[in-house]
Ligand binder design. Sequence first.
Ligand SMILES: [Zn+2]
Ligand SMILES: [Zn+2]
Length: 354
Amino acid sequence: MMIFLLEEKIMRAVIVDKPGTVHVGTAPDPTPKADEVLIRVGACGICGTDLHIAEGSFPPSPYPIIPGHEFAGEIVALGSNVPKGIGRKGTVLREGMRVAVDPSLFCGHCDFCRVGHGNLCANWGAIGDTVSGAFAEYVAVPAANVYLIPDHVSYREAALVEPISCAVHGLHKLSPRLGDTMLIVGAGTMGLLLMQLALRGGASRIAMMDLNTKRLALAEKLGASRIATSVDELLSYEPDGFDCVVDATGIARAIESGFTAVKRGGKFMVFGVANSEARVSLSPFRIYNDEITVVGSMAVLDSFQPAIDLVASGAINMEVMLTQALPLERYPEALEMVRRGEGVKTQVLPNGNL
Ligand SMILES: [Zn+2]
Ligand SMILES: [Zn+2]
C-alpha cells in the first residue's frame, strides 16, 4: 500500500482550502529538501490553533494549507545533505528512527533569534501553521527539528510532547518556588499539563478552576488540592490568595478574576491565547503596592528535549490526557469534538496504529 502511494506521489491529507472550508483529500507526496527528512506520521494532535486555522482567525497561516503541528512519526527518507550529529549524543539520523518534531521554524538571524529568543522570531513560522503540517500521511521537516523518542514512548504519547513543551516553557518563565501555592484557571489540555508538571516541580498545592465539571474531576484525579467553578469559591479556602496564578483560558473575564487571586508578592502568568483584540481591566495599584509580577509565555523555547524526558519518565498521566484518536478521514468530526470541548486531547492517526 505504501509503495503504491510513493510511486503515485500522492498522499491523503487534510486541506484547509480557505477559511471555513476543510476537506480530506490528496496532496503531492512531499519530497525532503537537502536538509530535511520525510516523516511517516504516527499521530498528530489537534489544538485550539487548528480551530483558528480552519476558521481563518490565525493571521500567519496562508491558504490552502495542510495543518497539524503536534506530531510524531517515523523517518522514512532523508534529504541529500542532512546534518550529522543531531541532538543528544550527536545522533546520525537513519530511516526507521522514531521521532517527535519541534514545529518551530525560527529564522536564526533576526534580532530576537540572535539573543536566543527564537520563539519571538521576527520571521516566525511553524510546521502546520505557516507551511504544510502533519494531518497527512507524510510530512517533510528540517532534520534539525527532530528529536528521538525512546522505544517505550508511543507515537500518541510523543505527539503530546509539543504541548508539554509549551507548558515546560511556561513554567520556566513563571519559575515558581518550591512550596508555592498555585491556582490554574482553565482545566483543558494545557491547564492539566501545567498542573501535573507544577506538582512535580514542587508546588505544594494547586487549585483548579473551570466551568466544565468533567474536566475538574480529571484535575482532582491528577492531584488538584481543590477544584471549583469560580475563583471566589477557591479564595474562600485561600483568603490571602495564591503565590502563583496561571491563566490557561485566554478569556478576558477569567484573566480578570484570576488576577484578583494573586497573593501579595506573587506572580501572574498569561499562558492562554487571548483574542488579539481582547482587553482586560487590572489594578495597577495592586501590581505596584503588592509587588505582583506579570509574566507572558509564548510557545516553545529550549523546552522540547526536557518535555521528551518528562514524558519518558512518566511525569504525565497519558491515560487521562489522550482521550480520542480518529483516522485522518474523520478530521472534520475530530475538529468538532475539540470545538465542543469533548474529552481532553483529540488526535488523528493518518497511518492507522503505527
Ligand atoms: Zn498546538
Ligand atoms: Zn528570527
